[in-house]
Each structure stands twice: as structure tokens, then as C-alpha cells.
Ligand binder design. Structure first.
Ligand code: MG
Length: 460
């Protein structure tokens, strides 16, 4: 069976792999799945700012309606806004039409469960199975679903954030923020939120436009050149950028320094643990040790998970965690909801600045610095398992290896850093991540274990 759902829902180029027929079929399969446990499921649907959104929204809605689901269209919203609506308004499911940070020719479909979290692999597999078998169960003519629109999603979401942060404290500071929505789904939401937090706003690319005229919607340094330049130019307190569907946020400090996502992640983890006098912070095995350092130092505990934000969110719920997230700017605040939330991240970063009466650069300076070396190596798919097993086995007796973690690939903790060999799910390669305080040492660690893996491939 071909897989439809990847790590982030279904994605593809519009009118090639991502077309109306697929969306209609997925809608029918989704509805058939929901109807198994609910007589009249209510599904919220929203989109990002892409040009093909209406085409896909209407096709998937038609499928859902045909199976007897009621569909409520909440319009153009960030992914976390739709997630919040599903959770707060008791929808059985949510559909977000988005392809996140991908180029404009892409679009996609992502599923949200009743609790507002992203679909688990199990749910996706059930929907895929119905789709490929075409075992749709359509409603009788009297029972097809109803379609309506609701324009309350953005207010509900903004109020949710305002209830989860110290609004008065942030307002007092009258922060000047340069906001770069990247012409994406953050446009209708984030400027309003910042106004309510008493901020002065300098806007960059805050008009929704699915051609992404401002810049590519992945918030990498090369795409945020205008933001990086603007923050010191207008003497702002910080810069904030959102990706295409506004689930991830990236920050620029008052001096115009781009802050990598591992730093903002660690900063929020640190203050979550301080505020709650300890607690569990959750992040994938790929995250920098600066996260572990600040959490442990402040009396918290760290749980490392497999890569993927739905997995992080699920572990956070199960362990009653105080904070979690990924180092790509996807931060999860349980006081709001269990999903990556960029607008909440922006409000929270300002709250941390205000509470500590410090600039963003001063706060980031408190986060330990590590050097990362990333590389990859070819490995036939059928040898990935043996490489990981042998690496784990061989290094168990190696005195320089302090711990072997097999959560996702093989991660070896050394006394001066770590290395992670992680098999790609789609390509015949291993991704190799190594980290140390020293740049050349990080590279040396990566090369040493890459070589060891190559020898294992040759011997097997
Ligand atoms: Mg995204």
C-alpha cells in the first residue's frame, strides 16, 4: 500500500499529486472513519494563505458531507488556531489545508483529533486503508452533512492566548516588535494579538498572499534578511517571524541577531521549569544539549522522544509535562494547548523578557552554546537495522560512550558531546548529527561514527 500521510500530513504539488480527486477521496475516507464512533461528527475546516486552498477545501468538504459529517468552515487561520477551535468547541475532528513552509506550488492536508492534537499514525493508517480500499460508507440522501461558516475562530484563539500569559506585565513594557508573517496564515491573527499586548508593531509581509512575494516561507536566516535588518534599524525590542501556517516562530534579538530555534526552545523550557518549580520537559533526541542543561540545572527532568511534533505532544500529555517542543521553532505550551503554537510563543517570549526585565539578547546569552555538525551517509534500506544494532552493540563496551539511546536511531552520549545516527524514513541514507562545545570536535565525532557505520555496511 502506498503511503499518503508523511511526517506532516499529506503534501504535494497542486493539480499533480495534490488534486481534487485525492481530496474528495480523503474526505470520504475521513468521514467514514469518523462515523464509526459518532453518529453525526462535526468537523472544523480551515486553510493557510495558499492559492489552491478553496479548491482543496471544497473537495475535502464534499467528501465529508457525503458521509454525513457536518462541516464548519472557519476560514484562513493558523494551524494552531484550528487546533484550538477543535479542542475548545468540541469538534470531533479538524482539517487544515496547508503545506506549512513549502514553496507556493505545494499544498497539503493535515488532520486534527478531537483533543486538538495532530492525528496519530494509527488514525492516519485507518483513513489511508479506507481510501485505498475505497470502502467508503456514504450517507442516505436525507442524512448528508450540513455546511456552515463560523467567523469566531480568531477571537477565540487570541483570547485563549491572552488568558495564558500575563497581559498587564507585557503591556507595561510597550515592546516594539518587528513582525514578519511571511504573507502566511499568521497575517489575520498575530498583528491583532500584538496590539492587544500593547506592542508597537512594525509590519513586514503581513498581507496574506499565496505566492509568497516577501520571501520563502521557511523562517531560515537567508529568508529573514529584511527582518534581521529592520529590528536594529527601527530600534525594536525584538523581531518575530512565522512560517507559512504559523505553527512555528523564529526570533531576532534587539541587535539584529537571528536566534536559532534550539535557543528559543531552551529559553522557554528554562522558564517553564523555573515557574513550575521543576517538572518534565519533552523534546526529540535531535535537540541540542543546551535544552537538557537548562532544564536539569533548574530542577526539571528531560524526556527525549522520537522526531515529530505529534509524538512530543502525546508524551507531554501522558507525562503531564510543563513544556515541550522542537528546535525548528515549534514550541508547545500546555497551559494553552498541546501543539506547536507560534503566536503563543511570541507572547510567551515577551512575558519572559518582561518578568526578568531583560533584553532578548541578555536572556539568550544565558543559554549554553554548543556546536553542531550535521552530515549524511548512504546506506541501503535493508541494512539500516543491522547498522543500528551493531553500532549500539559495539559501543556498549566502549569506555568513551557513556550511554546508548535507541529512541530514534542510535544516539551515543560521549563525555564531550553526542552523536546520533538516524535512518531516513524515505531515502536510503542515515542522517548524522554530532554535537560538542568545540566545532572541530563535533565534526570529528560525526566522522568517527560515520566511518564506523560504513565499516559495518561493508561487513554485512
Ligand atoms: Mg508549519
Amino acid at each position: 500500500m502506498t503511503k499518503l500521510f508523511g511526517t506532516n500530513g499529506i503534501r504535494g504539488i497542486v493539480n499533480e499529486e495534490m488534486n481534487c480527486d485525492l481530496a474528495l477521496g480523503i474526505g470520504k475516507a475521513w468521514g467514514t472513519y469518523l462515523k464509526k464512533t459518532n453518529n453525526r461528527p462535526k468537523v472544523a475546516i480551515g486553510t493557510d494563505a495558499r492559492l489552491s486552498n478553496h479548491m482543496l477545501k471544497n473537495a475535502i468538504s464534499a467528501g465529508l458531507l457525503a458521509t454525513g459529517c457536518d462541516v464548519v468552515d472557519v476560514g484562513m487561520v493558523p494551524t494552531p488556531t484550528l487546533q484550538y477551535v477543535v479542542k475548545e468547541k468540541d469538534f470531533e475532528s479538524g482539517v487544515i489545508i496547508t503545506s506549512s513552509h513549502n514553496p507556493p506550488e505545494f499544498n497539503g492536508i493535515k488532520g486534527i483529533a478531537a483533543d486538538g492534537t495532530e492525528f496519530s499514525k494509527d488514525i492516519e493508517e485507518e483513513i489511508e486503508k479506507i481510501y485505498f480500499e475505497q470502502s467508503y460508507v456514504l450517507a442516505g440522501w436525507k442524512d448528508v452533512g450540513s455546511f456552515s461558516t463560523w467567523d469566531g475562530a480568531i477571537d477565540l484563539y487570541i483570547n485563549g492566548i491572552l488568558n495564558a500569559v500575563d497581559v498587564e506585565l507585557i503591556k507595561e513594557k510597550q515592546y516594539h516588535v518587528v513582525l514578519d508573517c511571511g504573507n502566511g496564515a499568521g497575517c489575520p491573527v498575530t498583528p491583532i494579538l500584538l496590539e492587544k499586548l500593547g506592542c508597537k508593531i512594525t509590519k513586514l509581509y503581513c498581507e496574506p498572499d499565496g505566492t509568497f512575494p516577501g520571501h520563502n516561507s521557511e523562517p531560515l536566516p537567508e529568508n529573514l534578511a529584511d527582518l534581521i535588518k529592520k529590528v536594529p534599524e527601527v530600534s525594536a525590542d525584538l523581531g518575530a517571524a512565522q512560517d507559512g501556517d504559523a505553527d512555528r516562530a523564529i526570533f531576532v534579538d534587539e541587535k539584529g541577531n537571528y536566534i536559532w530555534g534550539d535557543k528559543s526552545l531552551a529559553l522557554c523550557a528554562k522558564f517553564a521549569v523555573i515557574q513550575k518549580n521543576g517538572g518534565i520537559a519533552v523534546t526529540p533526541v535531535t535537540t541540542s544539549s543546551c535544552f537538557d542543561d537548562v532544564v536539569l540545572k533548574n530542577g526539571g527532568e528531560v524526556i527525549h522522544t522520537m522526531v515529530g511534533s505529534p509524538i512530543v505532544a502525546r508524551v507531554m500529555i501522558d507525562k503531564n509535562s510543563v513544556f515541550g517542543g522542537e528546535e525548528n521553532g515549534g514550541l508547545i505550551f500546555p497551559e494553552m494547548q498541546y501543539c506547536r503554537d507560534s503566536a503563543m510563543s511570541i507572547a510567551k517570549i515577551m512575558e519572559i523578557m518582561a518578568k526578568n526585565n531583560k533584553t532578548l539578547s541578555e536572556l539568550i546569552d544565558t543559554i549554553p552554546k554548543y556546536e553542531v555538525h550535521k552530515t549524511k551517509m548512504p546506506c541501503p534500506n535493508d541494512k539500516k537495522e543491522i547498522v543500528m544494532e551493531t553500532l549500539a552493540e559495539q559501543t556498549k563496551d566502549d569506555s568513551s560512550v557513556l550511554e546508548v539511546d535507541e529512541t530514534d536511531g542510535v544516539k551515543l552520549y560521549l563525555n564531550d558531546g553526542w552523536v546520533l545516527m538516524r535512518p531516513s524514513g524515505t531515502e536510503p541514507i542515515f542522517r548524522v548529527y554530532a554535537e560538542s562545545k568545540d566545532k572541530s570536535r563535533a565534526e570529528e565525532i560525526a566522522l568517527t561514527y560515520k566511518k564506523m557505520a560504513e565499516e559495518i555496511i561493508n561487513q554485512n
